[in-house]
Design a protein around this ligand. Sequence first.
Ligand SMILES: [Ca+2]
Ligand SMILES: [Ca+2]
Ligand SMILES: [Ca+2]
Length: 262
Amino acid sequence: MSRLANLSLIAACFSLGTPAIAETTVFFDSSQVATLVTSGVTSDTIISNGYIFTYTRDKLFTGGTGQIIGRSERVPWPDGIEAQAVTTPPPGVTDHKARLTIRKANGHVFDLTALTFKILANTAGAGASLEIMPLINGEDAFADPLYFEASGYYMQTFSYDETPYVWGSTALLKGYDTYKVSLYVDYAFVGLTLVSADVPGDFDGDGDVDLVDYSVFAACLAGPGNPAPATCTADEFAIADLDSDLDVDLADFAQFTTRFTL
Ligand SMILES: [Ca+2]
Ligand SMILES: [Ca+2]
Ligand SMILES: [Ca+2]
């Protein structure tokens, strides 16, 4: 490439300016890594690509044996995320539904534009709807959740997107910081499209990854397996941890440099 062509390429990069490009994350594929954040009595929380998923697990299941044997996952990561109905809730809990909560590690809003899930039980007789309630700052967005038809047979797959459709549409699932999903039987998400206005590595939210962002990244860099240093807030740490494995190390720096513009 000639020196002139190089210069015009650099000029073109500058002229791209600051408009933020929405980041679309399509789950699930085998290149995506999930890191366990917490493991509870009847739920687990994982993080992947900056998104946090909390899903119910039937860990106290006894199957009438009198002993806790739990139930295994039929759709393990990265095939999807399985939410199990809880046959034996922990003491003080009466809710048996299979639940999944999705949010961003940095707490920012995002859109849920498409979803595909499998039901892991027969619901054709009684009928069923997957329910999704969006939340903003801890408040329900609607009086009632949005319903997605889920009546069918074991392993049947249902897909919904933004298209207006009598059985369910994601058109209203935009601009919320949390999405709570529930169904009265086990199900597994096997496809999920999440759209965020965040540019990975952009700490000051001006749509680019430059030296200003680098100074924040550097203040968060602590090495493999280490928690956030005092110079780095929880929000900054969540942004700096680009590979979502709960540290800020050279693996994150490698991703940061691919985003770096100037
Ligand atoms: Ca920036
Ligand atoms: Ca790491
Ligand atoms: Ca990391």
